[in-house]
Ligand binder design. Structure first.
Ligand SMILES: [Ca+2]
Ligand SMILES: [Ca+2]
Ligand SMILES: [Ca+2]
Length: 228
């Protein structure tokens, strides 16, 4: 009874405030149209979430909206035009304790990149260093997610490459400050799917643990499997 009352009280207190760049309440993201992506995370580690907007029609391709003293300030992360697709994600790629940005290219380009968070040295006009994760094969990478897939506690990136109709895993560089690209592995379809599994299942084995993923044109789910 007490829990139900508390939940109802929280709902009653929840209010939303709309802020619009059209009304001048937020800096406008342009000049590009086609804002492809929005990512949320605490990029400056002050305990308050910030957000990023990506675009693919004109530079700059990535902007960071930093929350500071009750206002939003706009910082350039990528000052070039790179065709960033929807579906980027945030993770500490280089292991130095701050969130970095990971995103893939749209149909026109075969890259997947990550941008190195320069914490604590932020300048609204200075872009972040961009690194390459993938620069071969086919284009379009909508769906990216980060998790601990191979049995050690370090995270890896899994992404679906729409142009190739293939699912990839990329290991992060192992040591702080490394510029290595890590390692990219490819999922493959099992010759015989276990009974009852959907036809869209992909599997990666030979790592410390086995895992499976189901991928479609705009969705992806993954799960650990018992040792096989
Ligand atoms: Ca923040
Ligand atoms: Ca980092
Ligand atoms: Ca950093």
């Amino acid at each position: 009874m007490l829990t139900a009352w508390a939940a109802a009280a929280d709902d009653a207190m929840l209010t939303w405030t709309k802020l619009s760049s059209k009304q001048g309440e937020l800096p406008a993201p342009g000049p590009s149209t086609e804002q492809t992506g929005a990512m949320v995370g605490d990029l400056d580690k002050d305990g308050v979430n910030d957000f990023l907007i990506t675009a693919r029609q004109a530079a700059p391709a990535i902007l960071w909206y930093r929350r500071s003293k009750g206002k939003w300030a706009k910082y350039v992360v990528e000052d070039q035009l790179v065709p960033v697709e929807a579906g980027g994600t945030l993770a500490d790629v280089d292991g130095d304790g701050d969130l970095d940005i990971i995103a893939g290219a749209d149909y026109s380009d075969n890259h997947v990149w990550w941008w190195e968070n320069p914490y604590p040295n932020f300048d609204p006009r200075v872009p972040w260093n961009r690194h390459v994760i993938k620069n071969s094969g086919k284009g379009q990478h909508h769906d990216l997610l980060v998790g601990a897939f191979d049995g050690d506690p370090k995270p890896e990136l899994v992404f679906w490459n729409q142009g190739a109709l293939k699912l990839y895993l990329a290991r992060f560089p192992h040591a702080q400050g490394t510029r290595s690209r890590g390692r990219i592995a490819r999922f493959s379809r099992p010759r015989r799917s276990p009974k009852g599994w959907p036809a869209s299942i992909w599997m990666a084995m030979g790592w410390k643990t086995s895992w499976a993923a189901e991928a479609g044109s705009n969705t992806m789910r993954t799960a650990h499997l018992p040792r096989m």
